[in-house]
Write a protein that binds this ligand. Structure first.
Ligand SMILES: COC(=O)[C@H](CCSC)/N=C/c1c(COP(=O)(O)O)cnc(C)c1O
Length: 559
């Protein structure tokens, strides 16, 4: 009004008309005016939000997030008094002293023991684990793993003692593009395609989480489909046209596991042409909770790697400076599965007559699948890196997780910023110092056996959920209210989730259901929803959910 530029820009339109309205929450209560909000206004808004969240929290069954926050607030609330920042490498104290790196190391050690890696961390031991607690969730871990794999396979300098060739500290680590590799003695040099040796090819299945697709694009990593369509048109070994992703067994209506035979054919095609292989396997897929058979994949691919000089190859940085490394990288996306499968393995190792072992055998008939650093095939430790989300199985009030690899696979960090006093070896700059506390509290609050019992219980609740949905199908059928084609109840082997026909929007909203259309052979997409039996989902919650599905119109489709 007085001709001066406004202190802050006013709204072009009323946010209440623009943002999606929610009957329980009004955006107008949360907008922040130039004069701020009074204490009373802030308290009213926060109370309104808490009431909303309490309601949703009680019926949250649709995603893989464990809603049981255990003792987070009581035990850890006091740490909100600090700006906890674990900036830099977890194993180097650095100059930012208000950190929880000592807790982070304890958490990493424990996961290294659960994932059968060599621990504690030892910089001198190539086989020792190295890892860090993620500030985002498995998306960050997958991004970091794929970036590491890309650089490792394309000949970037591996991590070495800090310092240059003359032993003097270097101001800035630079990437060194190595000369084309000469396959180790006995390998068959392929002069016809020396440049492929630094062109890693990425493989992942059609059930892979969308964050991986974003990651390969962000990192400019070529997938087998991209190179196949561009450089080998019409030569796909498994289909007339190169599929965008490795097919899953049985396609969209299958279990969600990767088709190992299809993968083998695709990998062989590129290994024969000298490409290093970058493979991402799922261990608990997003929608079906399926586990790629890591053992079977390894048994099929290791001989191919051996045949084509990819088990170990020599890379020469500068004349006379030889570096021996692999021509493949296997990353296991264990966002959900890496958090609880180790505990099932522990339950299976119990005395055969123990209550835990007996309960486990009721849930799982076969062997507990291997997916971690302990898996060896033909003497090769197959897994190069692993990731887990902390807000899934463990249960955290915010996204977090763990990334883990081995020293021998680590690539030189692009920078060693003096001002943090620590090499820049993680993905983030500032790193969440509270997340290690949450994971530590989760792990330390129970014995290994009690964690194992929790994992077995989740399998039991999942089985209860599946049987309850199948009984519901019979009840609806008896009352002639069953949707045409039935409820399509399905559960993949050992999955913690059951999928079924998507119910109406009201129930999707009430129970926070994650939904996905699936292309099916008999015509258009079939709309599914799923429930994950995380530790916060009880039989009582399942009963209440299924009763809602029995109500009139529960499966009415929006017009
Ligand atoms: C629809 O469900 C999701 O997108 C959930 C995250 C929400 S559950 C808390 N899944 C995330 C996920 C991710 C990404 O993990 P986050 O970054 O921790 O969400 C990576 N890999 C797999 C196999 C995943 O399932």
């Amino acid at each position: 009004a007085d001709g001066h530029a406004p202190v802050i820009a006013g709204p072009d339109r009323d946010p209440r008309e623009v943002y999606p309205s929610d009957p329980e929450l009004e955006i107008g209560e949360f907008e922040i005016p130039a004069e701020g909000l009074t204490d009373q206004q802030r308290k009213r808004a926060l109370n309104r939000l808490e009431t909303y969240l309490v309601g949703k929290h009680g019926t949250m069954v649709g995603f893989q997030g464990n809603q049981d926050m255990a003792r987070c607030q009581q035990d850890l609330g006091r740490f909100l008094e600090f700006h906890l920042n674990n900036v830099g490498d977890p194993f180097q104290q650095g100059n930012y002293k208000v950190n929880t790196k000592i807790v982070e190391r304890a958490v990493l050690d424990h996961y290294a023991s659960l994932w059968r890696a060599a621990w504690p961390y030892d910089a001198e031991n190539p086989d020792s684990y190295w890892g860090y607690v993620l500030t985002m969730g498995s998306t960050e871990g997958n991004l970091y793993a794929l970036a590491s794999a890309r650089d490792y396979l394309s000949g970037k300098k591996l991590i070495t003692e800090p310092g240059g060739d003359d032993g003097q500290p270097v101001a800035q680590m630079m990437y060194v593009q190595a000369a084309p590799p000469t396959p180790a003695a006995g390998g068959d040099p392929r002069p016809e395609a020396p440049d492929n040796a630094y062109r890693p090819v990425a493989f992942y299945s059609e059930d892979t989480h969308y964050s991986v697709i974003r990651a390969v694009r962000t990192l400019a990593i070529d997938t087998f489909a991209a190179i196949g369509r561009r450089e080998y048109p019409g030569q796909c070994p498994i289909a007339d046209e190169w599929p965008m992703e490795v097919p899953s067994r049985g396609g969209a209506e299958g279990s969600g596991e990767i088709d190992v035979e299809a993968l083998e054919g695709l990998v062989r095609f590129f290994a024969e042409r000298g490409h290093p292989i970058l493979l991402l396997l799922n261990f608990g897929t997003t929608f079906k909770g399926a586990y790629d058979n890591v053992e079977k994949v390894a048994a099929r691919l290791v001989p191919i790697f051996a045949e084509h000089g990819l088990l170990e190859r020599e890379i020469e940085f500068e004349p006379g400076r030889i570096d021996r490394r692999r021509g493949f990288w296997v990353h296991v996306d264990g966002a959900l599965g890496a958090g609880f499968m180790p505990f099932l393995r522990i339950a299976a190792a119990e005395e055969r007559g123990s209550e835990l072992a007996v309960q486990l055998r009721r849930e799982i008939k076969g062997k507990i699948p291997e997916f971690d650093f302990g898996l060896e095939v033909h003497g090769v430790d197959v897994v190069s890196s692993l990731v887990m989300s902390g807000h899934k199985w463990p249960g955290a009030p915010w996204p977090c997780g763990v990334f883990m690899t081995k020293n021998k696979f680590r690539v030189e960090p692009p920078a060693t910023p003096a001002y943090t006093g620590s090499p820049d070896t993680t993905f983030a700059g500032s790193r969440n110092g509270l997340s290690p506390l949450v994971l530590w509290n989760h792990l330390a609050s129970r014995s290994i056996r009690e964690h194992a019992a929790l994992a077995v219980r989740a399998l039991r609740v999942t089985r209860y959920l599946e049987s309850s949905l199948r009984e519901l199908e019979d009840r609806l059928d008896r009352e002639d209210r069953l949707p045409e084609g039935g409820l399509h109840v399905d559960r993949s082997p050992m999955a913690l989730t059951v999928r079924f026909l998507r119910p109406n929007d009201h129930l999707v909203e009430k129970w926070s259901l994650s939904c996905q259309p699936m292309p099916v052979k008999s015509g258009g997409p079939r709309h599914y929803a799923h429930v994950f039996a995380m530790p916060s989902v009880t039989e009582e919650k399942v009963d209440a959910f299924v009763e809602d599905l029995f109500a009139e119109g529960a499966f009415d489709r929006p017009e």
